[in-house]
Unconditional design. Structure first.
Length: 94
């Protein structure tokens, strides 16, 4: 999946397509759990989400962003049914 900023021209075309019924964008359901939870909890949550994702695949896509240390394990637990991303990083104190 490639994420990019949509310009005004593309945005207007997309809007026209949706109105005319030529194509419809899927909704994106995304979530992260900051730096909370253990590896086990992260894998279990990801597996649960991935197990239910196919039930909604016609209407939406799923993206989860676990703590950076768990990205690979969560990705494996998702089995390709859910997109996995990284959270923003900052040098500022939380």
């Amino acid at each position: 999946m490639v994420l990019r900023r949509v310009g005004h021209e593309e945005n207007n075309n997309m809007f026209r397509h949706k109105i005319s019924g030529e194509s419809a964008m899927k909704k994106l359901i995304a979530g992260n759990w900051k730096m909370n939870g253990s590896l086990k909890m992260s894998r279990e949550l990801a597996a649960d989400i991935a197990a239910q994702a196919p039930d909604y695949s016609d209407a939406c896509e799923f993206l989860i962003c676990p703590p950076s240390l768990y990205i690979q394990s969560v990705r494996e637990a998702c089995g390709g049914k859910v997109f996995v991303g990284a959270q923003d990083c900052s040098s500022q104190e939380s």
